[in-house]
Structure formats: structure tokens, C-alpha cells
Design a binder for this molecule. Structure first.
Ligand SMILES: NC(=O)c1ccc[n+]([C@@H]2O[C@H](COP(=O)([O-])OP(=O)(O)OC[C@H]3O[C@@H](n4cnc5c(N)ncnc54)[C@H](O)[C@@H]3O)[C@@H](O)[C@H]2O)c1
Length: 247
């Protein structure tokens, strides 16, 4: 067998937000590297589309609204022991501070921050992690390393998640590792909804590598953190941003 320190052969990995974008790309790459996947998302059609393009056998889809406590309980009850958990589902709604309202703020915090915290809590409590398992949160550069007008709600939700990641890394060591990926702008539905084509083109020129990321750029960083190649890495925020935060 060819040497591959990034292999995920024999690993069972849960991925949230797997119906599209970064979650789907992560599922595709993990399956290519031999993992068996449990995919979850609120979007059942999208999940099935992801499932249809995966290599290998034994992958399953579990549709769930991660903001529901009951749905989280149901989901965790159906899970096998895990070697990896990618907490990736998320939403945004760019809004200037003076227009923030309760519904939007609670929705963003529920999906981006509270759901990952509650799901991680349950996975720990129910002892769902095998020795050497790896947790990866999809955070962002936004809120953690950068600020931008309109990004207060999203940035706050991701900033809190970043702090949570570090605490999980400390508490779960040495049995389980926990890290984050922190992307700049990536070409997905989430990014597409927020900006016009002209704004995007102008903004891309502010990236030293002169482009936005593709979902696969982030997926391969997640693969590294899931694999045993990163077995001495925990509590780390891995920036993947085409050099944007160099400025
Ligand atoms: N695209 C970017 O520029 C970018 C940059 C930095 C970080 N991120 C983060 O990457 C992650 C993935 O986003 P993406 O860009 O692939 O966008 P996306 O919209 O393609 O994926 C997000 C997924 O989350 C799912 N989701 C939303 N609410 C849910 C809920 N209540 N329960 C279950 N699933 C739910 C959606 O159905 C969707 O499939 C998010 O956490 C996002 O904040 C994205």
C-alpha cells in the first residue's frame, strides 16, 4: 500500500452542514481517503446529493435541525463511536450593528455557536469518542482575526466558538484533539448570498493569492486535522485565507 500519512482508513467521522459547500467537499475528500461518514444537515435533499457522490460504502445521512435539543439527542443516539467530528454547519446575515434584531441574533448564535457547543457536550457526555479522535470546528477569520462592517453578529458567534474550541482541546486532552479551521471568503452559497459579483471581484484583489478559497481548499485542511498526521496538534486555529490576514 502506498505511503499516505493523511489516510482516514478505518475512521468513522461525523460531519455537520454536509449538504453543500465546505461540508460536502470535506465529505468527498474524507471518503476518498477511506473514512466512513455520518453526514448531517437540515437540508435532506442536499445531504442525499452529497451521499450520491461519495466513494466507498457504509456512509449514512441523518437529517437534523441542530438548533433543536430533541434533534441533537436523536442524532447522538444513532451515532456509532467516532474517530472524527467536523462541526461545520453555519449561517450568516451581514447586518450593521444598529439594525441587529433579536430574531437574527438568536438564529445566528443558535446555529453557529450553541448547536456546536450542545452537540460537543453530548458527544463527550455519551463517550462517543474513540482514543485519538479529532474534533474540528469550522470557525472563520471573521470575528477572530478580522473585523468588517456588518459582521458583528457572525463574528461574535465565531469568536465564541473559537474560545470553546480551545477549552475543549484542554479538557479532552490527551484522549481527543480539538482544533479549528479559520477560512477567509470561500465560494459557497453562504458567501454567494452576501455579495454582488462586482463587490466579490474587487474584494478578491485584496487577497495576496488573488482569489477566494474553494471548498476543497478548506476540506483538505480539515483532512489534515482529522488525520494522524496532526497527532501532536491541538487547540490550534488553522487560518486558510489566501494570505488575507497578512495585511
Ligand atoms: N463560505 C465562506 O466564505 C466561509 C468563510 C468562513 C467560514 N465559513 C463557515 O463554513 C461553514 C460552512 O459554510 P459554507 O460556506 O459551506 O456554507 P453552506 O451554506 O454551503 O453550508 C452551511 C450548511 O449548514 C447547514 N445548516 C444551516 N442551518 C442548519 C441547522 N439549523 N441545522 C443543520 N444544518 C444547518 C445548511 O443547510 C448548509 O448545508 C459555516 O460554519 C460557515 O460559517 C464559511
Amino acid at each position: 500500500m502506498a505511503y499516505n500519512p493523511f489516510t482516514l482508513e478505518g475512521k468513522k467521522i461525523l460531519i455537520t452542514g454536509a449538504a453543500g459547500g465546505i461540508g460536502r467537499a470535506t465529505a468527498v475528500e474524507c471518503a476518498k481517503l477511506g473514512a466512513t461518514l455520518i453526514l448531517t444537515d437540515i437540508n435532506e435533499d442536499g445531504l442525499n446529493s452529497t451521499l450520491a457522490i461519495l466513494e466507498g460504502d457504509g456512509h449514512v445521512c441523518l437529517t437534523a435541525n441542530l438548533t433543536s435539543q430533541e434533534a441533537l439527542d436523536d442524532l447522538v443516539a444513532q451515532l456509532p463511536m467516532l474517530d472524527g467530528f467536523v462541526s461545520n454547519a453555519g449561517v450568516t446575515k451581514p447586518t450593521p450593528v444598529k439594525f441587529i434584531n433579536k430574531d437574527d441574533l438568536e438564529r445566528i448564535m443558535s446555529i453557529n455557536t450553541f448547536a456546536p457547543i450542545y452537540l460537543t457536550q453530548r458527544l463527550c457526555k455519551k463517550k462517543k469518542f474513540n482514543e485519538g479522535a479529532s474534533i474540528v470546528f469550522t470557525v472563520s477569520v471573521g470575528g477572530v482575526f478580522t473585523t468588517a462592517p456588518g459582521n458583528a453578529m457572525y463574528g461574535s458567534s465565531k469568536g465564541a466558538l473559537q474560545v470553546f474550541m480551545k477549552n475543549v482541546a484542554l479538557e479532552m486532552a490527551p484522549k481527543v484533539r480539538c482544533n479549528s479551521v479559520n477560512p477567509g471568503m470561500v465560494n459557497t452559497n453562504l458567501a454567494g448570498r452576501s455579495y454582488s459579483d462586482e463587490d466579490k471581484e474587487r474584494d478578491m484583489q485584496t487577497y495576496p493569492l488573488r482569489r477566494y478559497g474553494e471548498p476543497k481548499d478548506v476540506a483538505l485542511a480539515i483532512v489534515y486535522l482529522l488525520s494522524d498526521a496532526s497527532s501532536w496538534v491541538t487547540g490550534h486555529a488553522l487560518i486558510i485565507d489566501g494570505g488575507k490576514t497578512l495585511y
